[in-house]
Design a protein around this ligand. Sequence first.
Ligand SMILES: [Cu+2]
Length: 196
Amino acid sequence: MNLNDKRQGRTMMKTTVAKFGLLAGGLVFAGGLMFAGGTHEEDPPSSAQVVALDECDPVTFNAALGPDFCHNVALGADTKLSDLFAKAAAGTPDSGWDFEPDVVHIKKGTTLNVVDQGGEPHTFTEVAQFGGGFLPVLNAPGETTVPECAGGFANVAVAKTRILQGSQVQITGLSKGEHLFECCIHPWMRVRVEVK
Ligand SMILES: [Cu+2]
């Protein structure tokens, strides 16, 4: 490469940098225009989070339900399986099993991310009315299984609302108005979603 070629190369590089600068400036400008011109209806879809929590005791749960059923890291906050049953039967279910928050206010188009941070599986099942789940032993006294939970996991409609430990599901396309969700296993885990 002679001196002349080197100069040419440098000039070309400068031109490229200048063009890129203009392009970047243009993009920023276009972005600004889009922002200024956007209405609330056209806002990019946002997301909201619901967390499923539980305090299953790995020793007693896994002895009864299988070696890998409960993966909880409860650090002393764990509830034995027999205590979970006893509390549910008494009509005072364990508050460690919970969806947080209890009420969610979102705009139409918002994606709801439901994350299972507990140690065992749950479901996030939309119901017309809150009520009992598919395991009578975990329902409040006198509470019957709601139709949306009937059949348990043998029912595909119920099975596909399942959330496994450490995973999440996305709920999209919720219409304006009130939506009720509960866990079909632990039916006191309930969320009301208000869509505006
Ligand atoms: Cu549950």
